[in-house]
Design a protein around this ligand. Sequence first.
Ligand code: ZN
Length: 281
Amino acid sequence: MKLIRFGEVGAERPGIMVNGSRKDCSAFFSDWDRSFFQRGGLAQLRALLAEEGHLLPDVPETARWAAPIARPGMIMCIGLNYSDHAKESGMEVPAEPLIFGKASNTLSGPYDSVAIPKGSEKTDWEVELGVVLGKDVSYLASEAEAEAAIVGYCVVNDLSERDFQLARGGQWIKGKSCPGFSPVGPYLVTADEVRNPLNLGMQLKVNGETMQSGNTATMVFSPAHLVWYLSQHMLVEAGDLISTGTPPGVGLGQDPPRYLKAGDEVELSIDGLGTQRQRFV
Ligand code: ZN
């Protein structure tokens, strides 16, 4: 299944793709959020689709595409999780996953425009595979258990302000949490439809020019390992988003470095998970 959400900011409603069209599920479910996933809502949604999928109303063509999940309890990101991206950043591949947080209110729609932060000269892009949890997990015993807890996958643009992140002291979260810095979607594709999350092509273009072209096959730590690892250190809740790192080709890695400015358009996609597009303003 491909879960979507639609509607204006603050008034988003849950929906689903049926034969390529957006359908409104808001008569049956309040949102694709922690309580939906934690109480097994996905099975109810599957049953609804089988019985009454054809009766679900269409989402109006003009309705905004929102992020496909409700604002998560947390967005956790993994740094330097592609060996070739670590190299372009001039950093070593970490021995254990490098975790950092991103404010969960950065969640934005896949086609929303993004404001360049005040004073920013180093706004940068990062195409990433997003992983969403289907249940609360803590101290998972194995990667197999972790894998079973993953409800689906999505495209994330882990936007970054490199000066705030790297040159101004403190922790990375400062350069990762500017308003609108986590475009997610267009879909949450359920795990049963992603045959191998470790063989997905990923691309990112700036104004039509390919900047990132990679494959999840070169990830250092797999999604299952990351979920297992996180669960050894924190409670990871249903509906939480983990962004699993970026392949080479970010602006910081260009020679000379290249950053986003107002008027630029970024388009990013991952095989089977859809394409997002943002204009920077
Ligand atoms: Zn990242």
